[in-house]
Design a binder for this molecule. Structure first.
Ligand SMILES: [Zn+2]
Length: 269
């Protein structure tokens, strides 16, 4: 196993889903063993679960909201070391998926660095449950992710998706966009959330149908939840080999699982 960074610095500018304000993110190469970290007002903030400050409909680090799609792309594309310079208060939502980040990484070039230690291996299950919602990490011979969702809306219903990473994050996970329910939009706006939300950066479900078809996958909502889950799990510096499964979960539950794995030193033997 080798560590990876990117070849050259590259930037993207766009508006934040929740704040509605414009921000510019510049991804820059970082040396071996530096990890993934934000640079905010000249301060370095590691992209780790210890730095997470909020999980209301998104994950926030160092005062920067909605970090999860970018972080998901970095883990999904195997980038171990990168500096994430942020000018603004929220990572741009772009098209609501992680695909623009994957394209930026490919454009910057992915560069191999020094040796990477073998990842830790989870030894016993760790989980968090809230009523019928749960997240669990189970011992498994290889890294695997499963997500389940269940919505009363006919257009979504029950969906399950499992992914065994095989260098196919860019095809199977990254294109899945953020989704929302039309009847939630006004309520969330009134709470000061999704100020930058539009039909350009989220797929919107109105019970029986989608307001802005076509979907990129029949199970795009479930794949997007998995995209978010991967982004939240990337806040563990060395993701243990395990089967990660979430059902009807949220950023809050994802982060609680990451915190437990962190605190228990990955529950390693
Ligand atoms: Zn998301």
């Amino acid at each position: 196993m080798v560590q990876k960074t990117i070849g050259v610095p590259l930037s993207l500018t766009g508006i934040g889903l929740h704040s509605g304000t414009t921000a510019t993110v510049t991804l820059a190469p970082a040396p071996a063993d530096a990890g993934r970290y934000f640079v905010i007002d000249g301060h370095r903030v590691p992209a780790t679960v210890a730095e997470v400050k909020g999980t209301l409909l998104c994950t926030a680090i160092g005062g920067i909201r909605t970090v999860e799609h970018l972080l998901s792309a970095l883990l999904g594309m195997g980038i171990d070391n990168v500096a994430i310079h942020v000018q603004g208060e929220e990572i741009p939502i772009l098209d609501g998926s992680a695909l623009p980040w994957v394209e930026l990484l490919n454009q910057a070039g992915i560069v191999c660095q020094g040796e990477k230690p073998s990842p830790p291996v989870l030894q016993y299950p760790v989980w968090v449950q809230e009523e019928d919602r749960f997240v669990i990490a189970m011992p498994a011979p290889q890294l695997q992710f499963t997500y389940g969702i269940d919505f009363p809306s006919k257009a979504i219903g029950t969906q399950w998706f499992t992914w065994l990473p095989q260098g196919d994050y860019g095809e199977k996970i990254a294109p899945a966009r953020t989704f929302t329910m039309a009847d939630q939009v006004e309520k969330l706006r009134a709470q000061g959330l999704i100020q930058g939300g539009s039909l350009e950066n989220a797929i919107v479900c109105d019970g029986e149908k989608w307001l802005n078809p076509p979907l990129r996958f029949p199970d795009e909502p479930c794949r997007h939840k998995l995209l978010d889950f991967i982004g939240d799990l990337s806040l563990l510096p060395h993701l243990p080999i395990a089967h990660y499964l979430a059902y009807k979960a949220s950023h809050n539950l994802h982060i609680q699982l990451a915190r437990l794995l962190w605190e228990r030193n990955f529950s390693l033997a």
